[in-house]
Design a protein around this ligand. Structure first.
Ligand code: HEC
Ligand code: HEC
Ligand code: HEC
Length: 127
């Protein structure tokens, strides 16, 4: 014999538990949570518009690599006219000095794991 009341209570508890992430996010306002990133330690602005950088920094890095490695050119001119050395370590990480709390924090959150650091150096490793 089974007890219909207990089955129903069991079901309600079960549904509440599987829905936990949903109502937890709604209640705490974290549905669109983005990790807090370390600020750039140099420069007023990035090498391009921030919205562009958010969406397309990987394409820019690929272009930089191709231009440096295939064409041997190293100077990039930003939309606002500033000039930069096209370098992952020497330029991006010169301003974004906290790789772990900037690049890596966002990548972990987004589930991306760039393999660049197999060869390229993260500056603190130089010290
Ligand atoms: C001259 C300094 C400087 C350089 C060089 C630089 N950045 Fe930035 N970057 C900034 C600043 C300032 C911001 C605005 C947000 C902040 O203060 O951290 C920013 C923003 C960003 C953002 C958006 C972050 C967000 O809030 O979502 C990304 C992604 C980014 N940079 C990647 C790069 C990459 C990749 C490179 C190299 C190709 C690079 N940056 C080179 C200064 C720099
Ligand atoms: C605001 C979040 C954010 C920040 C900050 C950020 N990235 Fe990314 N990055 C992403 C996302 C999302 C992707 C994956 C995009 C895709 O696959 O379309 C990505 C992809 C990449 C890739 C390509 C990886 C691959 O396997 O294809 C490289 C390289 C990269 N990021 C470098 C950097 C560097 C260097 C910094 C710091 C200077 C940085 N990113 C900061 C969000 C971020
Ligand atoms: C197998 C080793 C290796 C891997 C992995 C690698 N690179 Fe490189 N990369 C190189 C070498 C070698 C150069 C040429 C260095 C030079 O001429 O200054 C280079 C040059 C570059 C340059 C231009 C020069 C500079 O100082 O940064 C960029 C930008 C670059 N790579 C981006 C990337 C990105 C982004 C990734 C990951 C998605 C990556 N690389 C992964 C070996 C590698």
């Amino acid at each position: 014999m089974y007890d219909a009341g207990k089955v129903i209570i069991g079901l309600i508890v079960f549904l509440a538990l599987i829905a936990f992430p949903i109502w937890y996010n709604v209640a705490t306002g974290q549905a669109d949570y983005v990790p807090e990133l370390a600020k750039a330690t140099k420069g007023e602005a990035c090498v391009a518009d921030v919205e562009y950088m958010k969406a397309s920094h990987m394409d820019m890095l690929n272009q930089w690599r191709d231009v440096v490695v295939r064409e041997g050119k190293r100077v990039y001119t930003a939309p606002d006219g500033r000039k930069f050395n096209m370098s992952l370590t020497a330029t991006c990480l010169d301003c974004h000095t906290n790789h772990e709390e900037f690049c890596q924090k966002c990548h972990l959150y987004m589930g991306v794991d760039p393999f660049c650091w197999d060869c390229h150096i993260i500056p603190k490793e130089l010290k």
